[in-house]
Design a protein around this ligand. Structure first.
Ligand SMILES: [Zn+2]
Length: 276
């Protein structure tokens, strides 16, 4: 009688921690999806069990805090880092954007026109020294990838850490998809309501509108040929606040255990930093 690897006693208690394309990497069985979470943004078809998620969150955060002195930053995309609309939605006074010379930070993507928020480049460069960064968007996978490529073309800041509707199809956002301990995560989003379970981690930023808002009479930045201030806009002020949070978090030594440190006690969110 040959021993079947699938019924091998050493694997009989397998917790199916890491599953790829439906097959457990340890025991090669096909566990149900009910107890696991998708992490396609890291590797296509990857799912982690709840236990594996908790373990990995803790481990990555300990390494990050001790070795790199970095916290985690989860950034929303639309209205936080960029504003995009369908080209067909441009007002008459905005049509010059697709005809003549385009202002800096403006890109056409399929049927959409995308404006990068002023200061994004400097913001990412500086924030990257203090944080491991994620993008978390309710947009679909291809949209998320494309837009992130505009602001991080060489994957310097986000690598593949772009969470989209593919992993997170629900209306709300959750830190379950972020492989870091919640005690070390700062969220930045223009919409508070999508984070019902993580308000304390949340910094609220003013919505960035470059193009005309549907149904609103106010003249847009694009129509005025103006833009949000670079030096005193929301992202510049956010960076100042993030530096303070980082410095306070690391002001006394981080112990081996995470339990004594919690960035949420510093943020007390949802909070809107001055000038953001
Ligand atoms: Zn298994």
């Amino acid at each position: 009688m040959t021993m079947n690897v699938l019924s091998s006693p050493s694997h009989s208690n397998c917790g199916h921690w890491y599953v790829r394309h439906g097959i457990c990497l340890t025991c090669k069985k096909k566990p149900s999806h009910a107890e696991s979470l998708p992490f396609d943004y890291l590797f296509s078809g990857l799912r982690l069990s709840q236990e594996a998620v908790s373990y990995t969150k803790r481990l990555t955060t300990l390494i990050s805090l001790h070795t790199h002195k970095k916290l985690y930053l989860v950034l929303d995309l639309d209205h936080t880092l960029v504003h995009s609309v369908k080209v067909s939605k441009l007002s008459e006074a905005e049509k010059y954007l697709i005809e003549g010379e385009q202002p800096q930070g403006l890109k056409l993507y399929e049927s959409r026109i995308v404006k990068v928020r002023p200061f994004v480049k400097d913001f990412l460069k500086e924030a990257n020294k203090l944080f491991n960064m994620y993008v978390y968007t309710k947009g679909d996978f291809l949209y998320g990838k494309k837009i992130v490529k505009l602001i991080d073309p060489n994957k310097t800041y986000f690598e593949d850490r772009v969470i989209t509707r593919r992993e997170s199809p629900d209306h709300n956002k959750t830190l379950d998809h972020v492989l870091a301990d919640e005690r070390g995560i700062v969220i930045v989003d223009d919409t508070v309501a999508v984070w019902p379970h993580h308000m304390r981690n949340l910094l609220n930023i003013t919505k960035y509108f470059y193009f005309k808002k549907d149904g609103i009479n106010k003249v847009s930045y694009a129509e005025r040929k103006r833009d949000e201030s670079r030096s005193n806009g929301a992202l510049a002020n956010l960076l100042k606040y993030l530096k303070v949070i980082h410095s306070e978090f690391f002001s006394c030594e981080v112990k081996e255990e995470l339990d004594t440190k919690d960035v949420r006690l510093l943020i007390k969110g949802p909070f809107k930093p001055y000038g953001c």
